[in-house]
Design a protein around this ligand. Structure first.
Ligand SMILES: Cc1cc2nc3c(=O)[nH]c(=O)nc-3n(C[C@H](O)[C@H](O)[C@H](O)COP(=O)(O)OP(=O)(O)OC[C@H]3O[C@@H](n4cnc5c(N)ncnc54)[C@H](O)[C@@H]3O)c2cc1C
Ligand code: FES
Length: 486
């Protein structure tokens, strides 16, 4: 079994050189994930020159670890949107995502090749109370979305009720991304350290442009925009098994412990075990998925496991549009809430319209400059609470664990000479100690036993046990002290 996504092990892209020196272009795009590459593609199609700057390899962020369901059925969103935003905006949200599905279909046809595109239905299902699905059905009926209630699915257990939406899609996200990227100007291993008005600055050179797009998953600048006050991150886990059923549809369980399912060639993907990043104390996410897979398809074989995280906004709608009032030439695409395939396409549609000076009928729904009291204030207060408790924990909490009690293969927070350290004891006896203070804004990091990483509950930065940065918004590694025990 590999600890990588099935996309990662079945696709490769040509290496791109790092930036060397200073250059100029029309638009510089920071981040070569699905949002950045699609936006660059749309801009190039419109005749604009673009440069994509990617800190690592293209597709190496969350995009390589997605489950790549292309659907406008985003969980139970429409009932909520109708109540908080009204029928017009909820309808525009639906239309933008339906157009996104359609644009994937057109691109898949145009760029024929092995991108595994197939049209299929999407389902929401429950094995418990049917009230929420019935309410969602009423909402989508009002918005004219083609979804029907059904009790029949291909799942190996009885559902109480499901909501089926025809005409959605699934594909191989990395092969698609690599193919689109072939015609673009991209610099890999080129991390943007800061942005000065119309210049993206890296250690190897600067790209000057009329427009700057932040498509780097979580914007790494704290101001302007203050995205850290408006987003947290949530992780989920995926298992790919063989010798299980082959499903035609894509399934999303709406119950608290509900799982998602889709087939991908010979694999069946199970996703779930989600939690706020930095809040995985028990470390049984993969075991849970394994036990479900074995219960549903006895004898199935685990082939791969992986995980990813995504940004969650205050009101559940992505932030796509002008970065902030004080930076008219900057744009952002973030906060996809685990629905980043269509949201990346919606980003490309809106941002290419705005940058090319065209009207976008969807821009107002997704504008990052919105603030809706009703749908946002509760989450804003909760987020503030998380940040305060993360800071207090770092400043004042006393570690309960002792270094000598830490078993090989485990991590924990311990005190040593009056200082607090996050410590991991390797099976070989080596001890790795890092500061538990998150370099982003100082919250206390927490041990993630499933992935042997230090994760921040405030905004979702992550580091491996050696202190290497895995996920932003933090931009730097942690200092790590290594000691060998006899
Ligand atoms: C488990 C899981 C399953 C999912 N399944 C689905 C699904 O089925 N359908 C769906 O629609 N969505 C799904 N999503 C969501 C979707 O995968 C993401 O929303 C999407 O991949 C995000 O794409 P992105 O381009 O915004 O980010 P990324 O893919 O993370 O790309 C951002 C890029 O920016 C680069 N970068 C960061 N900082 C800098 C810097 N300073 N300089 C230069 N480059 C930088 C990174 O290296 C990275 O390559 C899922 C999410 C999770 C967690
Ligand atoms: S990610 Fe913001 S404080 Fe850690």
């Amino acid at each position: 079994m590999v600890e990588k996504s099935i996309w990662d092990i079945s696709a490769a892209s040509a290496k791109r050189p790092p930036l060397q020196g200073d250059i100029e272009t029309d638009t510089v795009i920071i981040g070569g994930g699905m949002a950045g590459i699609l936006t660059a593609h749309f801009l190039e199609q419109a005749g604009m020159k673009c440069v994509v700057l990617e800190a690592d390899r293209i597709g190496s962020g969350q995009t390589r670890n997605t489950t790549a369901k292309v659907t406008s059925q985003h969980g139970m969103i429409y009932d909520r949107l109708l109540q908080s935003e009204g029928a017009e905006k909820a309808g525009l949200y639906a239309a933008a995502n339906q157009e996104a599905v359609e644009r994937y279909r057109i691109l898949a046809k145009k760029y024929q090749g092995d991108i595994g595109w197939s049209q299929c239905p999407a389902y929401l299902y429950t094995t418990e109370d049917t009230g929420a699905i019935r309410r969602e059905h009423e909402a989508v009926k009002r918005l004219g979305l083609p979804m029907q209630l059904t009790e029949k699915t291909e799942l190996p257990f009885q559902v109480k009720l499901a909501l089926k939406m025809e005409g959605q899609g699934q594909f191989h996200p990395l092969r698609f991304l690599y193919m689109l990227a072939e015609e673009l100007t991209i610099f890999e291993h080129t991390k943007v350290t800061h942005v000065e008005e119309n210049a993206a600055v890296t250690a190897q050179g600067t790209v000057r442009a009329q427009k700057v797009v932040f498509a780097c998953h979580y914007p790494f600048l704290n101001s302007p925009g203050y995205y850290f006050m408006r987003m947290h991150q949530e992780r989920s886990y995926v298992l790919a098994v063989k010798k299980a059923a082959s499903l035609d549809g894509m399934y999303y369980g709406i119950d608290e412990d509900g799982l998602s399912f889709r087939s991908a060639g010979e694999y069946l993907l199970l996703g779930g075990g989600g939690h706020r990043t930095g809040k995985n104390t028990t470390g049984t996410s993969y075991e849970y998925l394994s036990s479900r897979a074995e219960a549903y398809w006895p004898g199935c074989k685990e082939m791969a496991r992986w995980s990813a995280q995504d940004c969650m906004t205050l009101d559940g709608i992505p932030y796509i549009g002008q970065y902030s009032k004080s930076s008219p030439d900057w744009y952002v695409a973030t906060g996809f809430g685990k629905w980043g395939m269509t949201s990346s396409m919606v980003s490309a549609m809106i941002l290419s319209d705005l940058i090319c000076g065209r009207q976008s009928q969807y821009a107002e729904v997704f504008t990052p400059r919105r603030f809706h009291l009703q749908s946002s204030v509760g989450t804003l207060i909760k987020e503030g609470g998380y940040a305060v408790s993360g800071l207090i924990r770092q400043a004042a909490s006393i570690p309960k664990e002792k270094l000598e009690d830490l078993r090989p293969g485990h991590g924990g927070i311990v005190e040593h000479d009056g200082n607090k350290f996050g410590v991991y004891r390797e099976e070989t006896g080596k001890i790795y100690a890092i500061s538990t203070r998150c370099p982003h804004l100082g919250c206390q990091l927490a041990w993630n036993p499933d992935e042997k990483s230090w994760d921040c509950p405030c905004h979702g930065s992550r580091f491996d046990y050696r202190g290497k940065r895995l996920d932003g918004p933090a931009q730097n590694d942690l200092e790590c002290h290594i000691r060998r025990e006899n």
